[in-house]
Design a protein around this ligand. Structure first.
Ligand code: DP6
Length: 338
């Protein structure tokens, strides 16, 4: 066997079985946008896990299966999506030295491909369930790095609460860890679902294009380091104003980058801009310390201290009737469930 081939050691089917895990999507305060080989980011990023945006995934390794089968929300994956999941299962097979295929059944509590990072909760839950079903254990750091290979942001859905993903220099050193537990700061993230359905250009393609934006270099060299400091300080002192201005700058810059790459992509819609306008010009001016952030999609994340929950309920019913909301608090990381 050549040295660069993955080493398949003797199979240990007696240890293989089934396991089920839950993981939460996360919202980035400092964004991961642009990557290098192996989903290595250009900078540290910071996020918190979202209590009501979950993926539950069961994995069963079985020597009788001729190939991997993956079901998400009742639909069997094929083509590129199946390949992506299967490549991730290959990583687990390689790491622990067996060949058996898997049956994967996954359920999301939220619609996929709408700017809530379903790939984050998806690959975090898949990683944990796949390793546990193989009768194995990894440290949280190792699990986070494994999840990162499936989807960069999935590395942040492994640890609890408020999470820092270290840029790292190589595959092992680029992983996420908890910097504060979920109950450290009672923030809310209400996701305003403005559009459902899959986006035309996925994040993976966007990451490859990011460096072609004329704004990318300044972002990585100056803006992100400054904002990282601001977010660390805002978290340390629980300063919602500092947190708010920083996440809004980040969200605007993410979309500036996507719109100015060699193959520009616009993820925002008229509804996105309308809602941001209401949030900034009405709700904030009425005294609610609410700030927006965005992922690579049209939906708006409204972030505010939980003591303003009642007021937020009232204004959103008044100004955005008929809009679907998902209310989240910072939550735990990935866990094994029954
Ligand atoms: C805009 O982690 O979904 O949500 O590694 O290709 O799966 P892949 O990308 P993904 O990118 C997330 C991008 C983002 C910002 C963030 O969550 O940091």
């Amino acid at each position: 066997m050549s040295a660069d081939r993955p080493r398949i050691t003797e199979s240990r089917p007696e240890r293989l079985g089934s396991a089920r895990a839950i993981a939460h999507a996360n919202i980035a305060l400092i964004k991961y946008w642009g990557n290098k080989e192996g989903n290595l980011p250009y900078s540290d990023t910071i996020s918190f896990n979202l209590s009501n945006c979950t993926t539950k995934t069961s994995v069963s390794w079985n020597r009788a299966l001729p190939h991997d089968s993956v079901f998400i929300d009742g639909v069997e994956l094929s083509d590129k999506k199946l390949e992506r999941a299967s490549r991730h299962l290959d990583r687990v097979r390689r790491q622990f030295g067996f060949r058996e295929k898997a049956l994967v059944v996954s359920e999301n509590s939220f619609p996929m491909g709408v700017g809530i990072a379903s790939s984050a909760s998806g690959f975090a839950a898949l990683s944990l369930a796949a390793v546990a079903a193989a009768g194995q254990e990894l440290s949280q750091k190792e699990l986070s790095a494994l999840a990162r290979h499936g989807s960069g942001s999935a590395s942040r859905s492994i640890p609890d609460g408020f999470v820092l993903w270290h840029t790292g220099e190589d595959s092992e050193s680029s992983y996420a860890e908890s910097i504060y537990p979920p109950d450290y700061w009672a923030l809310k993230d209400t996701v305003l679902i403005l559009e459902e359905g899959e986006k035309a250009v996925g994040s993976s393609e966007g990451h490859k294009l990011a460096h072609t934006s004329p704004h990318f270099e300044k972002r990585i060299k100056e803006n992100v380091p400054r904002r990282l400091e601001q977010i660390h300080k805002a978290l340390e002192t629980k300063d919602i104003g500092l947190l708010g201005v920083t996440i809004e700058e980040e969200a605007r810059e993410l979309h500036l980058i996507t719109q100015t790459t060699d193959e520009p992509v616009n993820y925002l819609t008229d509804s996105t801009l309308k809602v941001i306008n209401i949030l900034v010009r009405k709700w904030r001016r009425e005294g609610i310390p609410v700030y927006f952030t965005l992922d690579a999609g049209p939906n708006v994340h409204a972030i505010y201290p939980s003591e303003f929950t009642e007021q937020m309920l009232a204004v959103r019913e008044r100004d955005l009737p008929g809009v679907t909301f998902i209310d989240n608090s910072p939550s735990k990381g990935a866990e094994i469930i029954k």
